[in-house]
Design a protein around this ligand. Structure first.
Ligand SMILES: C[S@@+](CC[C@H](N)C(=O)[O-])C[C@H]1O[C@@H](n2cnc3c(N)ncnc32)[C@H](O)[C@@H]1O
Length: 276
C-alpha cells in the first residue's frame, strides 16, 4: 500500500474508533434524552429540581450522600445518582416486589445510563422492617443530603419512612416527598402535616407542582434555617416556573414551582397586571 493510501486507511479506522466511543451520560443528558425511556412515575420537572438542589448544596458546602426509597426501575434515581458528587454514595431502597425481576431491570438501567456501580448501595427490603441504624450502617459513616421518599403510599408507611428520613439526614439535607397532592392518596398530605407539627424544626420550603395525575406534586422539606437559601436557589434556577403566590403552610409559606406554561404567566398577569 502506498504511503498516502495507508494514511487514508488509518484515518478511516481512527474515525471509526472515535465514533464507536459513546459520550458518557451526564445528569443533563440523562434528563434531556433518556428520562422518559425508563418506565416510572416521577415527573421530569421534579428530577430537574432535584439536580438544581444538589448543585446548590455543592455550592453551599452541604455534604452527604443521596438516596431514594422506592426506586422501581430507576427513573428518578438515575438522575439523582448522576447529579451527585464523585464521592457520594447513591442509596437505593426498594422491596423490588413488582413487577417480577424488577431488581435486575433496575441494576441494568443504572449500568446502561452510567451510574457509578461502585458507589451504588442497594437495600432490597420493605422499609417497615428497617431502622435508621440499618441504613446508616450502609453509608460509610456518612448521612444523606438528599432523600427522595417514593415507596409505600399508605399513611402509616409514609410516617415510618419520614421518621427514617429524619434520622439519616445530614445537616442541611433535603427530604423530597412524592405524591403529596395526588387524587389517589388523599391521606398522605394529612400524615405529613401531623409529622411536621410534631417537629417544628422541619419546614416544607417548596411544592413542586404536578405534571399530570401520575407525576404528582412533591413536597421539599429541610431544616427551617436552610429554607430561605433553598428557595432562593430554586427561584434563580427556575425563574419562569415560580408561581406568584406561596403555598400557605401555617408554619411558614413555601415556594410553588410549576411547569404549567399557561398557568404561571396568566396568574402572574392577573395579580400583577402588566404595566401599559
Ligand atoms: C411509585 S413506585 C416508585 C417510582 C419511582 N420512584 C419512579 O420515579 O419511577 C413505588 C416503589 O416503591 C416500592 N415500595 C412500596 N412500598 C414499599 C416499602 N414499604 N418498602 C420498600 N419499597 C416499597 C414499590 O415496590 C415500587 O417499586
Amino acid at each position: 500500500m502506498s504511503e498516502p493510501m495507508a494514511a487514508a486507511s488509518l484515518l478511516v479506522r481512527l474515525r471509526g474508533w472515535f465514533k464507536a466511543a459513546p459520550a458518557p451520560v451526564t445528569a443533563q443528558s440523562y434528563l434531556a434524552h433518556h428520562y422518559g425511556s425508563v418506565p416510572g412515575f416521577s415527573s421530569l420537572f421534579s428530577a430537574e429540581v432535584a439536580a438544581a438542589l444538589l448543585a446548590a448544596q455543592r455550592q453551599a458546602g452541604i455534604i452527604g450522600h443521596v438516596g431514594e426509597i422506592g426506586v422501581l426501575m430507576g427513573r428518578s434515581f438515575i438522575g439523582l445518582a448522576l447529579a451527585a458528587g464523585p464521592d457520594d454514595l447513591c442509596l437505593a431502597i426498594d422491596d423490588f416486589t413488582w413487577p417480577e425481576h424488577v431488581q435486575g431491570v433496575f441494576i441494568e438501567n443504572c449500568r446502561k445510563y452510567g451510574v457509578a456501580m461502585d458507589r451504588l448501595v442497594t437495600i432490597a427490603a420493605n422499609t417497615t422492617t428497617l431502622t435508621a441504624s440499618d441504613i446508616l450502617a450502609r453509608l460509610d459513616g456518612g448521612r444523606l443530603r438528599y432523600l427522595h421518599v417514593d415507596g409505600g403510599h399508605q399513611a402509616a408507611v409514609l410516617r415510618h419512612d419520614l421518621g427514617l428520613a429524619r434520622a439519616v439526614l445530614a445537616p442541611g439535607g433535603i427530604i423530597c416527598l412524592d405524591d403529596m397532592l395526588h387524587a389517589q392518596y388523599p391521606e398522605l398530605g394529612a400524615a405529613v402535616q401531623a409529622e411536621l407539627a410534631a417537629d417544628p424544626e422541619l419546614a416544607v420550603f417548596c411544592v413542586v407542582d404536578r405534571a399530570d395525575l401520575i407525576a404528582a406534586a412533591k413536597y421539599l422539606i429541610c431544616g427551617r434555617g436552610y429554607a430561605e437559601a433553598y428557595k432562593s436557589a430554586l427561584r434563580a434556577a427556575f425563574p419562569a416556573c415560580v408561581f406568584p403566590e406561596p403555598a400557605e403552610f401555617a408554619a411558614a409559606p413555601a415556594l410553588i414551582l410549576s411547569k404549567d406554561a399557561a398557568l404561571v404567566p396568566a396568574y402572574r398577569d392577573l395579580i400583577e397586571p402588566p404595566k401599559p
